[in-house]
Write a protein that binds this ligand. Structure first.
Ligand code: PLP
Length: 472
């Protein structure tokens, strides 16, 4: 493509992007296509001759867009958010244009040095103590994997990387029954085996990990000759947003020389608000921490902020060069390729720099407080309803509820009814929610976290849910 042609298409595209951002509200939130429908529109083989950009864009609009679920829709209340913002998108355009690969300091010094600086901005923003060093991973799953790998290496005296695990004792990871599946996946990938992940029971009311049960499991594993190696504690687990007591768990981990990691993938963003800083009490016991600006801090996927207390341990775990060539040994530069599983890395710090500068910390705080306030109002509305019930305490902007009209008491019947309700709501397309299980019962999750969600979107969505429920 000639550059002048590129310029013209880019201008058109930016207009389309701005129109999309304002017009997305009119589209169904969840794609309303059937499996295979999009595949059927894609030619079986690649074109041999060049095609004009106008034709490609026309097909994108007509064939591809209907197959997209609109994560940036103001009535997207499913999963956790993967929110974005105009400054973040601008930065992504620059990142794509530069097309730099920042695996080494040398391969783009600005990418490395900005990553160090903006992750330290984030550290300050969430009140993580000095002494934690940041790196941007593609996902929280990668950060958790890095934590488990580092724990494995520490527990085996740095031998697992060299000799494998076959000869040694089993290495155990502790986490709660509320934890995201990323921890089990990390343990599987690290070769520890799923059977060596202990899903410690949680308090039935708060869903926080039971510290006594954690320590009992550690002692029992030690007695059986296994090595307790890693704790993954939650701040804001996926289902109901469970918050673990970091001080209680961290003290136990410290006592038993266990590497301790905090998974705050979603809720970590809320720590930019002073009123939630107390959740971090006990962080002094922890070795690493992750949260995703790509979830709730207006920064496009992917951007996961991973903080480690001892970068040398991480580098020793992941470095692919002999120790005498490690760039950290030279003391002058960081080569982030040794801080993550993939070698290659995009310039992800740029979008954070754009977002934080463009909104300022106060602007970001205002948006998150607003989300939480809207959730509190919805919670009050559900609490006052005779037909709907809250199924767990609201955590930040996350609510778990259930439709329970008069006359249906059997739990299984309510499970089935709520599943029908959720499917009907999502098929309707006006809003999008996802399901959960609380104490074994099927419930519906409602989280508020999109950048442009306003009160009217929450109200309209709730009224649509009530209206659909009335038809079942
Ligand atoms: N931890 C929690 C609490 C999550 O909710 C999620 C995803 O939603 C993850 C970890 C995994 O995040 P990622 O998609 O960044 O790997």
């Amino acid at each position: 493509m000639e550059i002048e042609e590129f310029r013209a298409h880019a201008h058109e595209l930016v207009d389309w992007m701005a129109d999309y951002m304002t017009g997305v509200e009119a589209l169904p939130v969840r794609a309303q296509v059937k499996p295979g429908e999009i595949t059927a529109k894609l030619p079986l083989g690649p074109p041999t001759a060049p095609e004009p950009m106008d034709a490609i864009m026309a097909d994108f609009k007509q064939d591809i867009l209907p197959g997209m679920t609109h994560w940036q829709h103001p009535r997207f209340f499913a999963y956790f958010p993967a929110n974005s913002s105009p400054p973040s998108v601008l930065a992504e355009m620059l990142t794509a244009t530069l097309g730099a690969q920042g695996m080494l300091w040398q391969t783009s010094p600005a990418a490395t040095e900005m990553e160090t600086r903006v992750t330290d901005w984030l550290r300050q923003m969430i009140g993580l103590p000095e002494g934690f060093h940041g790196v941007i991973q593609d996902s929280a799953s990668s950060a958790i994997l890095c934590a488990i790998l580092t724990a494995r290496e520490r527990a085996t005296g740095w031998q697992a990387n060299e000799a494998g695990l076959a000869a040694g004792p089993e290495i155990v990871v502790y986490t709660s029954d509320q934890t995201h599946s990323a921890t089990e996946k990390g343990a599987k990938i690290a070769g520890l085996g799923r059977q060596n992940v202990r899903l410690i029971k949680t308090d039935p009311e708060t869903f926080a990990m039971d510290p006594a049960a954690f320590e009992a499991a550690v002692l029992s594993d030690k007695a059986a000759g296994r090595i307790p190696a890693c704790l993954v504690a939650n701040l804001g687990a996926t289902g109901v947003g469970a918050m673990d007591d970091l001080a209680a768990l961290g003290a136990i981990a410290k006592r038993h020389n266990i590497f301790a990691h905090v998974d705050a993938a979603w809720a970590g963003a809320a720590l930019i608000l002073d009123e939630y800083r107390h959740l971090m009490a006990g962080i002094e016991y922890f070795d690493s921490f992750v949260f995703n600006p790509h979830k709730w801090l207006l920064t496009n996927f992917d951007c996961s902020a991973h903080f480690v207390r001892d970068p040398d341990d991480l580098v020793r775990t992941l470095a692919i060069l002999p120790v005498f060539l490690k760039s950290r040994e030279h003391g002058a530069v960081i080569d982030y390729r040794d801080w993550s599983v993939p070698l290659g890395r995009r310039f992800r710090a740029l979008k954070l720099w754009f977002v934080i500068r463009s909104y300022g910390v106060e602007g970001l705080q205002r948006i998150l407080r607003n989300h939480i306030q809207m959730a509190a109002e919805l919670e009050a509305r559900i609490a006052a309803s005779t037909e709907f019930s809250l199924m767990a305490p609201r955590v930040l902007s996350l609510i778990n509820f259930r439709y329970a009209p008069d006359g249906i008491a059997a739990p299984e019947a309510l499970d089935a009814l709520n599943e029908r309700l959720l499917n009907a709501v999502n098929d309707d397309g006006f809003t999008y929610l996802t399901q959960n299980r609380v104490h074994g019962r099927y419930v519906i999750r409602f989280q508020i976290g999109h950048t442009s969600t306003a009160q009217k979107h929450v109200t309209e969505a709730w009224e649509r849910i009530e209206a659909i429920a009335a038809t079942l």
